[in-house]
Write a protein of this length. Structure first.
Length: 660
């Protein structure tokens, strides 16, 4: 693994914050927030903006003949925050329209929820930074990749980055732009009354994530997905009637997806609920230490302040606590406006603060394991909506529409906070590796939050009026209505608490499994085993589609194979370090290329309004229909296998290459 700030010569007072960086950050945050708002409504996903923002910043400053790595780092920190706010807002607030609680997107209400929720995410991460980045030493694969991208130009390792980045970008273009092949590769067959299925996302970036996080986490994620798709789903299919559509049995793949979406996915939700609480319990010591150290650091006057290294200075804790307290006031006022009953709006506010901090910690921990792109923010939000709706059910009775609305309002603020926490800790990890000043990054995160919050309401309004939402009255007479899959899921969960339909049995199974995994991990810890079993890694495997686990597992296996080769061929310490850094740079290039192309494709979709703008083998244009139908996923499999071999040869090469 690349070493943290100690690997660099830390400048005492480097130039980080500049007016140029501030303006560029604001512009990039607005653009990336808009692009990701469209993707969130269209496909229920967003694209992590840290690496694309870093690359754009590097290119811009190079035109100005400036190459300040810490200035570039501040730009990517703020710009990626706009994308994180977009995810929090667009995954939740459209649910209020789907529930007929809203008829439009009010500018000040959307801006308030996005701004306050995102700001709370920044504030919650300040005591978490020391706990998760320094003491827990989580890997934050995308944070490391961002740091490698920024420092590659300074350390002569660009050639190990550019080739893989180009390969991954072309791979992404072929899959999602030109549509030369199908991705993911998914098959399912009926086996008696049950289902056998297999799937894999053919993604170089996920392969790179697996390589960076290593085999332990990759195996745990895989086991969670395996147990869901090869035990839970087949068992459910075998013990329940097979559904039919117009007298014809539903295809096996569609039935498996329905079981996962409506039933077994909630095992992961239950696991994340207990796993999140356990994470806070485990981190309680370092969290309290971080808070008390932050409060004590500024009590001893200027002399005491000067003793704190620049690279360890956060925003003063007293200001953090004051800003959290002041952030609660507008949220409470908003809840009171909608609910109109103090005995309901006050508990809503308390739940929002507690759940916001809890799931900010959990989201940060997950980002430390898998990166923010793969952090299941929707799963954490569902857990919040579930708990909030149960509390509201006890307070309000079965007032379905108002209760569901209140639960979504709580979940929206928590979703923004958790999304920001995931992104922010990833950026703070990059800053820790590069020797940045934490409080300056934290201020720039507020800039990104503000930029995103200011533009998301009009963007949502324009998209809603132009397209509407599928299955809702707003879609009548509109072309290409948005599916808004995450918002639909939130609306269904919130309403289901009051009308029935939540699979509580599966949530309970998830809680039980999480308890067993926690007990196993505690036993492994006492035995000082190198293999550990963090419960959230398994819960993520249950919650996310199984196809995501496959390339991550391959990457983890490849990392272990390279490490074994180093030991077998007796690499010197210097050779091993070079080998390790070449592998990390290569993996960072794969993440960079796919992320950049994802942003470019998102911009093309936003500007054109067409998801298949570049598809030359699509079913509508049909210039080569036979080739398109015949190739399937095989070209992607062969190309991904070539990338795996290329990564192996690059990382496993013996000999003292130039320092990267």
């Amino acid at each position: 693994m690349p070493k943290p700030a100690a690997a660099f010569q830390i400048v005492k007072d480097p130039v980080e914050f500049t007016i140029t960086a501030l303006v560029l950050s604001f512009v990039l945050a607005v653009v990336l927030a808009g692009a990701n708002a469209y993707l969130a409504l269209f496909a229920g996903m967003t694209v992590s903006a840290s690496i694309p923002a870093a690359v754009i910043s590097m290119a811009f400053f190079r035109l100005l003949r400036r190459n300040n790595i810490l200035e570039n780092n501040l730009v990517q920190t703020a710009a990626s925050s706009g994308e994180a706010v977009a995810a929090g807002v667009c995954f939740t607030l459209p649910a209020l329209v789907l529930l007929d609680c809203w008829t439009s997107f009010s500018y000040w209400q959307v801006a308030l929820i996005g701004g306050v929720g995102g700001s709370l995410g920044v504030l919650f991460t300040i005591p978490l930074r020391r706990s998760l980045i320094i003491e827990e030493k989580l890997q934050f694969p995308e944070g490391i990749a961002t740091a490698e991208v920024l420092r590659s130009a300074e350390r002569g390792g660009v050639r190990y980055l550019v080739g893989p980045a180009l390969a991954a970008a072309l791979f992404k273009l072929g899959a999602e732009g030109l549509r030369f092949w199908t991705d993911p590769f998914v098959v399912a067959r009926r086996a008696g009354n049950s289902i056998i299925s297999f799937g894999a996302n053919l993604s170089p970036a996920l392969l790179a994530v697996g390589y960076i996080v290593g085999l332990n986490i990759a195996v745990l994620m895989f086991l969670g997905g395996f147990c869901n798709w090869y035990i839970a789903i087949p068992w459910y299919a075998a013990t329940h009637p097979w559904p039919s559509v117009k007298g014809v049995d539903m295809p096996a793949l569609d039935f498996a997806k329905r079981i996962w979406e409506e039933k077994t996915r909630y095992i992961g939700v239950g696991g994340m609920l207990l796993g999140g609480l356990w994470t806070i319990v485990k981190l309680r010591g370092s969290l309290l230490k971080g808070i008390t150290a932050g409060l004590g650091a500024y009590k001893g006057g200027q002399e005491n302040k000067n003793k704190i290294p620049r690279t360890e200075k956060d925003i003063p804790m007293k200001w953090v606590l004051l800003m959290i307290a002041f952030s609660v006031i507008p949220v409470f006022a908003l809840y009171q406006l909608f609910v109109g009953r103090l005995y309901i709006s006050l508990p809503m506010t308390i739940v929002m603060i507690l759940a916001g901090f809890l799931f900010s910690a959990v989201a940060g921990y997950m980002a430390g394991i898998l990166g923010s792109s793969n952090c299941p923010i929707s799963g954490l939000t569902i857990a919040t909506v579930l708990v909030s709706a149960l509390l509201l059910l006890a307070l309000m009775g079965k007032e379905a529409q108002q209760g569901a609305m209140a639960a979504i309002l709580i979940g929206s603020v928590v979703c923004c906070a958790a999304s920001m926490a995931s992104d922010n800790l990833q950026d703070l990890k990059a800053g820790h590796v590069l020797g940045a000043t934490p409080w300056k990054q934290q201020l720039m995160q507020f800039v990104g939050v503000g930029a995103g919050a200011l533009v998301l309401a009009p963007i949502l309004g324009v998209l809603y009026k132009a397209h509407g939402f599928a299955g809702h009255s707003s879609a009548v007479g509109k072309s290409g209505p948005f599916d808004a899959p995450q918002a639909n899921l939130m609306a269904g969960v919130a309403k289901g608490i009051f009308t029935g339909g939540i699979p509580w049995g599966y949530v309970g199974i998830g809680v039980g499994l999480a308890a067993a995994i926690i007990a196993l991990d505690t036993w492994l810890e006492r035995r000082k085993s190198k293999f550990r079993a963090p419960v959230l890694a398994v819960a993520i495997g249950f919650y996310l589609p199984f196809r995501l686990s496959m390339p991550i597992l391959i990457g983890g296996c490849l990392h272990t194979l390279v490490a074994h080769l180093r030991r077998r061929h007796a690499f010197t310490k210097e050779q091993a370090e070079d080998s390790d850094q070449r592998g990390i740079l290569f993996a960072s290039g794969l993440i960079t290329g796919e992320a950049l192309m994802g942003i470019l494709l998102a911009c093309a979709i936003v500007l054109s309004g067409k998801m298949d703008l570049l598809a030359i083998l699509s079913s509508e244009k049909k210039p080569l229909p036979v080739l398109s139908e015949t190739l399937g996923s095989w070209p992607a499999m062969l190309l991904l296998a070539a990338i795996v071999f290329w990564l192996y040869k690059t990382a496993a090469a013996k000999g003292r290459a130039e320092r990267v």
